[in-house]
Design a protein around this ligand. Structure first.
Ligand code: PLP
Length: 378
């Protein structure tokens, strides 16, 4: 039996253990320390903007703190891209607020600016201006930054960028995660770089970062005893996992290049298979890290469904997965308002994410090629 080919698996660079040893040697085994500070600096340097980064325990924690800093509380409404991972939307519920879901557009699979404006106008007409907009760079593909932010500015609603999948992606040369009032990054085990688990909040001001760190460390007031005038969280990143992050930052550029090469590999593989489209950038303004490569299969033309391909891959222990099931179709969010058409639903019906790791071997690519040719009879 061949070994399993994963959708996306951790890929260490080599120096991660060096940073962890430094933490042990200095006894910085705590949710603060030189690796945490160093990792934050590495990230802000990489993002190449005047940003302030707070390293946290998860990308979900980053989104949660962003909502708190935007003043979202009980009874408020927050707009969220429907086609995404549940972690984009769950923090809205943590705050006792209501998610208002919006459809995708076809070019980037991300939040549709037209449906976004319809949603805002209708929510205002019904009595509430949404408190924030969560826009996602799905699979590393930047959303339509200018169109989305133009709508947000028109109604003066802050944008929280869910860049959990998009470290290394850019729009017109500017890094994903640096466009919004806040940006959220994730270093979960399956992301483009990993700290085993972790995240970061990208802030536009030092005050916003300081507030995030304060809230992430149990909201301790400045006093010799433990004194609290806010509800706090235990969301800070540990100095050990930050050491992994520092090692990973040394190889991030290589990881992006390898994932983009996987996307190219799929473009060539499916080039002469009718009815299969590989998800790629709509124009040169967009630069995706191609965290995951994905395809859409039109069964009427291809003569096969995405389930045919997924199950055939499974026979050879090759992992693939349907695209994110839109949040407005999820049992837990049935009561949430939804705006738009069926773009996200159709993508979910016919889309498939393919093995995209930066560590795939030629032999593994040959196994993928063989299965694709078998299924499509080429
Ligand atoms: C991974 C992910 C998150 C959550 O990040 P964690 O670090 O796993 O908490 C949020 N949004 C999207 C789109 C993600 O893919």
């Amino acid at each position: 039996m061949n070994s399993k080919i994963w959708l996306s698996s951790p890929h260490m660079g080599g120096n991660e253990l060096k940073y962890i040893h430094e933490a042990f040697d200095a006894n910085w085994v705590a949710p603060l320390g030189p690796n945490v500070n160093g990792f934050e600096e590495d990230l802000s340097t990489f993002l190449n903007q005047e940003v302030y980064v707070a390293a946290l325990s998860a990308g979900t924690a980053a989104l949660h703190l962003a909502l708190i800093e935007c003043g979202v509380s009980h009874g408020d409404e927050v707009i969220c891209q429907s086609m995404t991972f549940s972690a984009s939307a769950n923090p809205i519920a943590y705050q006792g607020a209501t998610p208002v879901f919006v459809d995708s557009e076809k070019d980037t699979w991300n939040i549709c600016p037209v449906a976004l404006e319809e949603a805002i106008q209708d929510r205002i007409a019904k009595g509430k201006t949404p408190k924030a907009i969560i826009a996602v760079h799905l699979y590393g593909m930047p959303y339509k930054v200018e169109e989305v932010h133009a709508v947000a500015e028109k109604y003066k609603i802050p944008v929280i960028e869910d860049a959990a999948e998009a470290l290394g992606s850019t729009y017109k040369g500017q890094a994903a995660g640096t466009f919004g009032r806040f940006g959220a990054l994730s270093f979960n085990g399956n992301k483009i770089i990993t700290t085993s688990g972790g995240g970061a909040l990208v802030c536009q001001s030092k005050e916003d970062k300081d507030k995030a760190v304060f809230l992430a460390t149990q909201a301790r007031d400045n006093a010799p005893h433990y004194q609290h005038s806010h509800i706090g969280y235990n969301y800070r990143m540990s100095n050990i996992t930050a050491g992994i992050g520092r090692g990973q930052m040394e190889v991030l550029i290589d990881r992006v290049a390898a994932r983009r090469a996987m996307n190219k590999f799929y473009q060539e593989l499916f080039a002469d298979i009718d009815g299969v489209t590989v998800f790629t950038e709509p124009s040169d303004d967009f630069y995706s890290n191609h965290w995951l490569s994905a395809i859409v299969i039109d069964p009427a033309i291809a003569g096969k469904t995405r389930e045919d391909l997924r199950l055939a891959f499974l026979e050879d222990d090759i992992e693939s997965r349907p695209l994110w099931k839109p949040m407005h179709m999820q049992p837990v969010f049935v009561d949430a308002p939804y705006y738009g058409g069926t773009v996200a639903e159709k993508l979910f019906d016919n889309g498939l994410c393919l093995p995209s790791g930066s560590n795939l071997t030629d032999e593994e690519r040959a196994r993928i090629t063989a299965k694709v040719k078998e299924v499509f009879g080429k």
